[in-house]
Ligand binder design. Sequence first.
Ligand code: ATP
Length: 500
Amino acid sequence: MEEYTVVKVIGEGSFGRALLVRPLHSHDQLVLKEIRLPKSGHRAAASRREAVLLSSMNHPNIVAFRDSFEADGHLYIVMEYCTGGDLLQRIKRQKNTPFTKDVILNWFGQMCLGTKYIHDQRVLHRDLKSKNIFLTSNATIKLGDFGSACVLKSSEACAFSYVGTPYYVSPEIWDNKAYNNKSDVWSLGCVLYELCTLRHPFQAASWKSLILKVCRGAYPPLPNHLPYELHHLIKHMFKTNPRDRPSLSTILTSHRISQLLQKNLPPQVRLPDPLSHHPYSALERGQTGKWKKEEGVKVAAYLGQKSLLETSHSLGGSCVEPLDVEKRKCTRKKWAEGPSESVLEVLRNADFTNSTLGSSAVNKEFSLSMDRNCSFYSCTQCQRGNCHNFISLGQSTSEEMGTPSPRRQWDKSPPERLLSLLEKAPLSLAFETYTVHKQAGENPLVGPLSQTGGDDTDGLAEDFMDSDRLESRSDDEDTDFEDDSPYDWIGELEKMTVAL
Ligand SMILES: Nc1ncnc2c1ncn2[C@@H]1O[C@H](COP(=O)(O)OP(=O)(O)OP(=O)(O)O)[C@@H](O)[C@H]1O
């Protein structure tokens, strides 16, 4: 700590402060995040995870790590200072002046590159939101705040889990399914929508309405002046079934938006031009200017997206030990078809209105933790206790392969439990770390970009143009990889309510 001079406090988060500092022998400006280390070993390990993860990243669109150390019960993470502040502040500064299409595409393209990079490292961010995305003075986008992130293939990293910021949480999370790369895509869709409209896509006056909108993917349409490709992309990023959402690789290389994105990226971070570097020429593409799906896969592979593509075909990524043939058989994970019907059903029958949310413990710190052994199911295909593969709800890989099903039993009714918990006022605490608003007395459902009372789009999003053209295809080649420790966070919330 003596090596740095504190210039000023930039802000306070739920786990500590962010300070602007200067190293003693330099004029650099850096950010020093000071995080109170919890007493419990598990929770302290979770706090350290941000430092460990950040230090392993090296990408122009990720906040650069400089140093980390511990002193006086605190963890300090030194990182680059993004002078442009966070994107939420930037959006708010716009007031009612929309961003230009070029700015939206440029910033969003950079977010995609950063997120694609972490996904290629098999890391899920799990808390992507405009407040965790930063801008530098030269308009470079940087993803930050890896405090909720999770590394797959790690025996330790996912023992803690995540609730998320309600505004950015995808339908599968509300349905208590595993977090996966497409959940990050959903959250990024929320950020893109905010850039396009200066509003949250899903906002409501009650928990019920918010969850319903998210689970239906019901958002007010983008303004008509924005390019068709953006409408198309948002529609796909808000597909309720994660399988139908494009991965970052697809968005960057073979989605209808890809060319626009690439054109608007800063030159130094532009992807290689697939046309000039790739054997699949414009002629082969029939001069139509449209990518065929198979070509997209090949180009993605060519551009080095192998890890994601392999994920879809063989590796599930959750085995702690090196994969062998037997393990490969059981690692592929597949999503059940269709949206979160269970959530919708419960919500249809639920009759509570606004959550009246207590404010007394708004600043209370908590961290959700759980013995990872509780959250895993052995892989019966491997017959090995230490294989942490699991098979997600719906079809299992072994069923696809014609072998008897080691189907994982789902013994809970998450939505009912969730809703009954949400009804109890103090439960707002359970979302404290992740809610957008933290001020006493404020309704956490009123986000910083909300209009009073939320918007009134409770139905499905209107189709504003030729709906067939916007229809989704199933991105089989983008098959998800998932957080390998599905977490019973509703159970944790329940425990917390009892404790209050
Ligand atoms: N690298 C950075 N460059 C510039 N500003 C930063 C940087 N990191 C954090 N900040 C700013 O510092 C403030 C505190 O950030 P911090 O990550 O500690 O908490 P938070 O994101 O506000 O809350 P929480 O951790 O509860 O999500 C925020 O206003 C954030 O925009």
